[in-house]
Design a protein around this ligand. Sequence first.
Ligand code: FEO
Length: 393
Amino acid sequence: MQQLKQNIYQVGAIDWDRRLFDELIPLPDGTSYNAYLIKGSEKTALLDTVDPTKTEVLIDNLVRLGVNRIDYIIAHHAEQDHSGSIPDILALYPDAKVVTNTKCKNMLIDLLGISSDKFITVEDNQKLSLGDKTLQFVYIPWVHWPETIGTYLQEDKVFFPCDFFGSHLATSSLFADDKCVVYESAKRYYAEIMMPFRAQIRKNLEKISELQIEIIAPSHGPVYGEPEFIIDAYRDWVDGPVKNEVVLAFISMHGSTRKMVEHFAGSLIDRGITVRQFNLSVTDIGKLAISLVDAATIVLGCPTVLTGAHPKVAYACVLANALRPKTKFASIIGSYGWGGKMAEQIKGLIGNLKVEFLEPVIAKGYPKEDDFTALDKLAENILAKHRELQIVN
Ligand code: FEO
């Protein structure tokens, strides 16, 4: 438990050991479930709770702070890593009311079976007085669920945006002191969780620009004492130009595709294009997601399994398709033994990407001189496309 400002405490839990979220997202640096207690002169509010696996930590923090009454539990978001301990907190503080919007209320009833008479619903920009502190609720939908709201604490100029601006980072530092580490974690978080909702995030960035924010206190990772650090990063990730980079994600079973990947990567590097290469049999899928935030081009390297794509390449395609990066161009390189529709299948799997497909290079068996020439031509084509975007130095 740590004090953020006078009468504002972080009472959530650090989860140093968690390595997967949603049984999908790698958490190499763990995470935290931040909950904030705000003691007003008349009322006390708890902003979010913690993942149900850490309920005891939250309760212990409240006990150590001597909190014998909670008037309001502000539920910013219905996902269980923040809402999952609400039933236990309600059991401990039976007079508390859950404050949220109607959409989140209905989700909490569905997900956690909380009785509807426990709720107070609030509208966008509605205020709630704690006495000497005023909470202003700000609807920020689709970061990353439709119901999400944030809270702006007017007197202290602290914005609590829940998942928005968060990072999966277990650290004992309350504030984002080590900016390099936090930037990487926050970008990973954005890539895996927020990127599919870029249009809505753009609107939310615009909306919160009207608030005078001195501190951003998200529900995962450290707090930002310099809000422009994370707001500027989000602006760049959402709307900044793509970069002169190729994400080259591949699988090779017997070396043919690998040989093509190696040659192709060299050919791109020769042309001054940055290569982010990922062997999908060993890569951290989060690293791949981070690279997709900025890259102008994605190229999948894939052998043909039976008649289609290798399942691990198909998995990466499904993921990229769901994350909807701002990538502009795509292509496929790879190999086959006797036939199949590997390239067509991959193309179909990334239909959400608004990309121009560049001519694939598919070798029969081990690549030969013609295939290497075709790979050089593809690299040259990518360079030309990047030049059109004016992103080549
Ligand atoms: Fe951190 Fe969407 O929950």
